[in-house]
Design a protein around this ligand. Structure first.
Ligand code: NAD
Length: 381
């Protein structure tokens, strides 16, 4: 099959869907890779490296979209400002798209893809089962985001993280509180611990207590909801207002000693829960920092502004958006592995026929023959 890698045009996107090291395996399986000139520049990969790995460089964007069978993307399709056309309209009818799609906020893009009968596989819907772990780009990107969030927190804090005993006196470690201990939260805990902070964390899924403690952090005990808090896929369910109020109170009790909050609480496909109100921010110590990884989903803090760093009540609130794009080298490396594993799984049969009886193929497919086929996306739209 002919695989096309276009330049990413979403605001400030630096990642690229395939890196040269991932090309050899695809070529061994008789696929051809076509890459738009300069697509790797944001990830520090020059055109020559792709050519050396056996890819064909294409400088004409339209030609790239017209001539390939499959498009690998990182960010959802968007307007191509140079050609003044939407990327979906550049795609050949009936083509296959594999990439992130954020279907809940990109309804218009879904409609365009339906009109053009594009078969769409969305990275967000790769099922979170053991067999699909090597294709799980959400986890790869969340890992990087959790790491980077701590670095941002440390950078904005007017203190250092570790305990220091010096001739000029002792310095006590910073206190970091991680809200939500999914993939990003656990990586944030590990990173903050490595930097020497005292870390505590909370998540309504009781199963993560052990994981938090195994990283050397303290699990903040609070009364957990009696009903099932987790979906079959391992995601947290939306909590009641009553529970969220109790959670806010429990967080508020810790604010007088917290230096940095890393908030990662999210409900798949929904607005993020508000865990930190303005009143709570006002209780924090001057100079404290909140890094809100849920900024794009509305934020866990009432004062968060996505893509902005704001200072309110002497607290710095970082509305973190697309942090993996700030670590493009490794983000592209991990993403390239995930997407090529998914592609090879989808087209493993000798005649490249898709097997919709397979759980991974079925779950990741969002649009087929012009119809939305994924139940979760159907409900969202
Ligand atoms: P996510 O990004 O959707 O959510 C982040 C975290 O926020 C979750 O841990 C969630 O429990 C938490 N959260 C939700 N509401 C909260 C609240 N009110 N207060 C505090 N925290 C709250 O989730 P994620 O990190 O992408 O994944 C969540 C889970 O999915 C993982 O921990 C794991 O159990 C499962 N998972 C499984 C696989 C696999 O088996 N292959 C891979 C990845 C993830």
């Amino acid at each position: 099959m002919k695989i096309g890698i276009p330049n990413e045009r979403f605001n400030n996107e630096t990642r690229v869907a395939l890196i040269p090291a991932a090309i050899a395996n695809l070529k061994n399986e008789h696929h051809e890779v076509y890459i738009e000139s300069d697509a790797g520049i944001g990830s520090y990969i020059p055109n020559e490296e792709y050519e050396k790995a056996g890819a064909t460089l294409v400088s004409d964007t339209k030609k790239l979209y017209e001539s390939v069978d499959v498009i690998f993307k990182v960010s959802p399709p968007t307007q191509n400002l140079t050609l003044k056309q939407h990327e979906v309209n550049l795609m050949r009818e009936g083509i296959i798209y594999i990439g992130f799609l954020a279907p809940h906020s990109n309804r218009d893009v879904l409609e365009k893809m339906q009109d053009r009968k594009i078969t769409v596989f969305a990275m967000e819907y790769v099922p979170r089962i053991t067999r699909a772990q090597s294709m799980d780009a959400l986890s790869s990107m969340a890992t990087l985001a959790g790491y980077k969030a701590v670095l941002l927190g440390a950078n904005h804090l007017g203190k250092i993280f570790p305990l220091l005993m010096t001739a000029a006196g002792s310095i006590t470690p910073a206190n970091v509180f991680v809200l939500g201990a999914g993939v990003a939260g656990l990586q944030a805990i590990a990173t903050a611990k490595r930097l020497g902070a005292r870390v505590e964390a909370f998540d309504p899924r009781a199963a993560v207590k052990e994981q938090i403690e195994s990283l050397g952090a303290k699990f903040v005990e609070m009364e957990l909801p009696k009903e099932d808090v987790e979906t079959a896929g391992g995601y947290a369910k939306e909590q009641t207002d009553e529970f969220l109020k109790k959670e806010q109170e429990a967080i508020a009790r810790r604010l007088s000693r917290t230096d940095v909050i890393i908030s990662t609480a999210q409900i798949f496909g929904k607005k993020a829960p508000i865990l930190i109100t303005e009143e709570m921010v006002a209780q924090m110590k001057p100079g404290s920092v909140i890094v809100d990884l849920a900024a794009e989903q509305g934020g866990n803090c009432e004062l968060t502004q996505a893509n902005e760093v704001v200072n309110k009540h002497s607290v710095t609130i970082v509305g973190a958006v697309n942090l993996p794009a700030s670590i493009p080298f490794h983000a592209s490396q991990m993403y390239a592995k995930n997407i090529s594993n998914l592609f090879r799984h989808l087209f493993q049969s000798p005649d490249f026929k898709l097997d919709f009886d397979d759980e991974i193929t079925r779950s990741a497919c969002i649009i087929r023959n012009g119809e939305i086929v994924n139940e979760m996306v159907k409900q969202l739209v």
